[in-house]
Ligand binder design. Structure first.
Ligand SMILES: NC(=O)C1=CN([C@@H]2O[C@H](COP(=O)(O)OP(=O)(O)OC[C@H]3O[C@@H](n4cnc5c(N)ncnc54)[C@H](OP(=O)(O)O)[C@@H]3O)[C@@H](O)[C@H]2O)C=CC1
Ligand SMILES: O=C(CO)COP(=O)(O)O
Ligand SMILES: [Zn+2]
Length: 354
């Protein structure tokens, strides 16, 4: 950011549509990414999607190696990096949820190889962002990683993800209302860089979830709504790429979500925790938290500590440590955070606890 120079690395190509996996080889060739490919998937249902991608690539003459990962940890990243170097792979493809995509994304960053993102679930906005959540890299927040050269989001596949994942993605996006308020606050109080365009783009993704909340409330969520969600998740990732940080997408609501993970060892999906964090963050900002709580309720997202499997004591503890998660990122939690008494009052005022 020195001398006002701001570098933005964006994805080269983003494909959103149905039944598009068979074209992955064509896009990789057209973009000139290389012929030697490592595919990273999870070890459950995403394995079969990884096999499908492998078959398509092998049929087009690519050399392909597949690695299944169980967790998004540095051990798994090192395993992938080792294989990528050994087979001299030029491209890493992440096929799956946040775990597989983040391991692939960070491994690509460490090996300076091209990165292709093929999400199978819309549970979070890391699909197109240049940041990865690696669980044991010193702290529970994301680290700089590769911008995807190519994103292939197949709506047919993504629509088959569990309803809970779809709602988690919606809640991750609703978190942008408080994230942007925090960013503006840090700009005004701490003279931190603020990019209004990136902030507006992040807000747009959250506004679309509010606009389409009745569709997301349906038992069988229509594919059109899933497409809106996927495009909004990609757009939020682009906002992070434009900002050069996760600032437009992550504020005090994310600090609270990360603190919940620290206190209760990942009790719920990332977006579900962010939804709870948003209610509290908007309350602290003096904004219309009831409106966002209603949207969360309408779409079937958790709005209480109990619904994300944590006790009132765990929630209160998380609220009191949230400001320490990323001390350099100023938010409404301030430098000293909340006392136990304040945390209890806030959680009760918003009915996150009884
Ligand atoms: N990089 C970033 O900017 C961001 C990263 N994150 C991170 O992303 C992670 C959360 O991602 P999430 O996707 O929730 O977690 P996972 O990747 O762990 O996926 C959760 C489960 O869903 C399964 N799954 C994936 N696709 C489908 C599908 N189509 N149908 C049925 N099941 C499916 C996975 O299968 P399998 O077992 O095969 O993997 C896995 O068991 C967290 O680590 C979070 O920190 C969150 C936000 C932003
Ligand atoms: O989850 C994210 C954006 O939705 C990334 O946020 P962090 O930078 O706080 O990990
Ligand atoms: Zn998030």
């Amino acid at each position: 950011m020195a001398n006002n120079i701001h570098q933005i690395d964006l994805p080269k190509r983003v494909i959103v549509g149905s039944n598009i996996l068979q074209d992955v080889g064509i896009h990789i060739s057209e973009l000139g990414l290389g012929k030697r490919v490592v595919i990273v998937t999870g070890s459950g249902i995403t394995k079969s999607y990884g096999e499908e991608v492998k078959q398509v690539l092998v049929d087009r003459g690519f050399d392909v190696w597949t690695i299944n990962v169980d967790r998004a940890t540095m051990d798994e990243v090192e395993r992938v990096v080792g294989i990528v170097r050994e087979v001299r792979s030029e491209v890493i493809i992440g096929v799956g949820g946040g775990k597989a995509i983040d391991v692939a994304k960070y491994s690509s960053f460490l090996t300076s190889t091209s990165f292709v993102s093929i999400p199978t679930t819309p549970s979070h906005d890391g699909i197109a962002s240049p940041f990865a959540s690696i669980k044991d890299v010193s702290r529970p927040t994301s680290v700089r990683a590769s911008t995807p050269n190519l994103v292939i989001a197949d709506i047919e596949i993504i629509s088959r993800a569990p309803r809970r994942h779809i709602i988690s993605g919606c809640a991750d996006l609703l978190g942008k209302f408080s994230a942007v308020l925090d960013w503006r606050l840090a700009h005004r109080l701490k003279n931190e860089y603020y990019g209004d365009y990136a902030a507006s783009l992040a807000l747009l993704s959250a506004q679309h979830i509010v606009k389409y909340s009745e569709w997301f409330a349906m038992k069988n969520i229509p594919k059109e709504a899933v497409r809106v969600l996927v495009e909004a998740l990609i757009s939020s990732g682009i906002a992070m790429a434009i900002a050069g940080s996760t600032r437009p997408a992550s504020g005090s609501e994310h600090l609270i979500a990360h603190a919940i993970d620290v206190v209760a060892n990942y009790p719920a999906l990332h977006g579900e925790e962010v939804g709870i964090g948003s209610i509290i963050a908007l309350y602290l900002h003096g904004r219309n938290w009831k409106k966002i709580k209603n949207v969360l309720k309408t779409i079937g997202a958790p709005t209480t500590a109990k619904e994300i499997n944590i006790s009132r004591e765990q929630l209160i503890q998380a609220l009191t440590i949230a400001h320490k998660i990323r001390p350099e990122r100023y938010t409404i939690l301030g430098e000293n955070g909340m006392t136990i008494e304040a945390a209890e009052n806030v959680a009760r005022a918003t009915s996150v606890i009884d």
